[in-house]
Design a protein around this ligand. Structure first.
Ligand code: ZN
Length: 148
């Protein structure tokens, strides 16, 4: 049995532009502002302090849009994303980095050549560094912080 999927018209929760759900019926991508949404971002923000799949919480994303800024999660949002999804990634100076929880809740931070381990997410937040620079201090230059 195959039913034809209803296409449901919605409006972008950031800019109000009309958007159509994709085949999954859950996700949308706005052609005007680039915002993507899969699920209830109001609930995601309340419960986890994130959105999905954009990471930036919805209310701050609206502010960023109004100010003409790109949607970019803060390092704190990124950590919330780690709590929500357990595996995160970003790019810095064209190198891809991954961050993930292990079963004992320690944090692995790695790229293709090296692995660093932190006993807790707080230790990761405070002490993770790249080339001697603390990640929290160079976050402005980090690109595409995202779910893995
Ligand atoms: Zn939009």
């Amino acid at each position: 049995m195959k039913e034809k999927m209803k296409t449901e018209m919605r409006f972008c929760e950031i800019c109000g532009y009309p958007v159509v759900n994709d085949e999954s019926g859950v996700c949308m991508c706005c052609e005007r502002c680039g915002w993507q949404s899969c699920g209830d971002n109001i609930e995601y923000e309340e419960k986890y302090g994130i959105s999905y799949p954009m990471v930036v919480p919805l209310s701050r994303a609206k502010m960023q849009y109004r100010e003409g800024k790109p949607f970019k999660p803060t390092f704190e949002d990124f950590i919330h994303g780690l709590d929500f999804y357990s595996e995160m990634a970003f790019t810095y100076r064209r190198v891809k980095y991954g961050v993930c929880y292990r079963s004992d809740h320690s944090v692995l931070f790695y790229n293709a050549r090296q692995v660093w381990s932190f006993p807790t997410k707080d230790a990761f937040y405070k002490f993770a560094s790249i080339g001697g620079d603390l990640l929290k201090d160079i976050w402005d230059q980090v690109q595409e912080p995202r779910y893995m």
